[in-house]
Each structure stands twice: as C-alpha cells, then as structure tokens.
Design a protein around this ligand. Structure first.
Ligand code: DGL
Length: 271
C-alpha cells in the first residue's frame, strides 16, 4: 500500500512565521512542511482587516493547492483578522496563533495581569481580549509595538543592543504605565521571539521582578499535533521543508535568523 505524505502548510506575511516552523519541526520532526511568506505584501500589521483577509485567503489557497493536510496561520495579524474566513474556505483544519497564545498566557500568569504586544492590526482587532474574555480576574492590556518588526529583520536583537533596548524601554514603559501589575507578556507577533531577551530584561527592569514572556510558536506546534491527532510521527528522517515567497530580496540573509537553521532556498511565487 502506498502511503501518501501530505505536508503541513504554514504561512505568514513575511519570514517571521519561520519561528513557528522552527517550533513545529521540533515538535513534529518527521512532518513535511510547506512555508509561504507573503514578503511582497508585508507588513499586514498596518493594513485594514478586509485587505488582511483577502491576502490571507490567497496565501491559504496557495497552500491548499499543494495538498496540505493542515494550515497554520503563523501570523498574528492574519489570525486576529481572518481566521473565520480562512476556516470557512478550507477543507482541512486551520490553526491560528491567537488561541494558543492566549492559552499559554493563562498557564503562565500568576495574578491575571496579561499584556499583549503585537502589530496595530492585531491590537485593533481585540482578538486576544476576546480569547481571554470571561476569565475571572484576568485583565488584558494590549499595545502595538511596530518598531520591533524592522529590528528583528535587521538582526538588532541582541540583549546588549542599545537601539533594541531603547525601543523596548519606550514601549514597555507605556505598557507598565497602563498596568503596573503586569506579570505576563504575550509576544503576539511572529517577529518578536527574536527580541525575547531584550523584552524580558527590560520588563524585569521596569517591573522590579520577573515577568513571564510567552510566545505562541510552541503552543501552535502543540495545537498542530493535537489537530492531527498524532504524537511525533516516528519517521526516522527529518521531514522536508519547502519554502516559497512572493519576493525574495534579502531572504537568504534574514530567513535563517528566524528558522534557526540554514535554509536551502526560497522559490519565488506570484499569488
Ligand atoms: N507577521 C506579522 C504578525 O505576526 C508581523 C509582520 C506584519 O506586520 O506583517 O502579526
């Protein structure tokens, strides 16, 4: 009997979603993955919900045409603004970033004071507030931190980088002014895990205590395993990774920072 290997599809507005691919390959190492970065149209974070939905549907259609068995929306902005439309249009399960991120925050918080940082589109959508609504004692403070995206792409992410520290300080000062009791910060954008150390150190300085930092990448990988109803698939060989992008300028330099491993190549596609 021939066993058909169907890949998992992952898309993002750019290369940030490779942080999710990294977590996915750690959790389900034998799975084949098809990644699409809509690098020609990034950023989604500053665009209207209708446009984000339209672009996201095109990304998903590309993945579905490649026979994927599951779609992961490795973009918080797309998850926050387009999840219902994507689910309606897909014959296979679709996993977004918001619910796994919110669940990780609930697991991490001590006192229920949760902050969410992300793009303007994610913050304006109110998606994290909705995902955490009705939880007794939970207070959510959301703030857009758009400058973290170019910092991550530029590779200015080191904990000692003075520009990264200054930007983090400015954003997080505003966050703690809104709620001085924040004990957990959700990195609600696929680029932000690269700045985790800077964000964590700055939050500790401002709060005068440790603040839990959670990102949705690991939780999304877990949600993918659940959606497939499998543990690691037991194949001995690592799954294949095929990467596509709608623009390939500078990808060879930027993408490995997000994936954490060398990347063979991106194939240029038009949606
Ligand atoms: N991928 C986006 C997100 O996670 C960040 C970059 C963008 O604005 O498109 O929200």
């Amino acid at each position: 009997m021939t066993v058909v290997r169907r890949p998992i599809g992952v898309f993002d507005s750019g290369v940030g979603g490779l942080t999710v691919v990294r977590a996915l390959r750690a959790r389900l190492p034998g799975e084949d993955v098809v990644y699409l970065g809509d690098t020609a149209r990034v950023p989604y974070g500053s665009k209207s919900p209708r446009t984000v939905e339209r672009y996201s549907l095109a990304c998903q259609a590309f993945l579905l045409a490649r026979g994927v068995k599951l779609v992961l929306i490795a973009c918080n902005t797309a998850s926050a603004n387009a999840l219902p439309a994507l689910r309606e249009a897909s014959p296979v399960p679709v996993v977004g970033a918001v619910d796994p991120g919110a669940a990780s925050a609930l697991a991490a918080t001590r006192d229920g004071h949760i902050a969410v940082i992300g793009t303007l589109g994610t913050v304006r959508s109110g998606a994290y507030e909705r995902a955490l609504a009705g939880r007794p004692g939970v207070k959510v403070t959301a703030l857009a931190c758009p400058l973290f995206v170019p910092l991550a792409e530029e590779g200015w992410t080191d904990g000692s980088d003075e520009v990264a520290r200054a930007v983090a300080r400015r954003y997080l000062t505003e966050l703690f002014e809104r709620d001085r009791d924040i004990d957990t910060i959700v990195l609600g954008c696929t680029h932000y895990p690269l700045l985790r150390d800077v964000i964590s150190a700055t939050a500790r300085e401002l709060a005068g205590r440790d603040v839990a930092i959670v990102d949705s990448a690991t939780a999304m990988a877990e949600a993918a395993a659940e959606a497939l109803g499998t543990g690691p698939n037991g194949r001995k060989h690592p799954g294949q990774l095929a990467c596509y992008a709608t623009d390939i300028s500078r990808l060879d330099e930027i993408a490995p920072r997000f994936l954490g491993e060398p990347i063979t190549s991106f194939e240029l596609v038009d949606l």
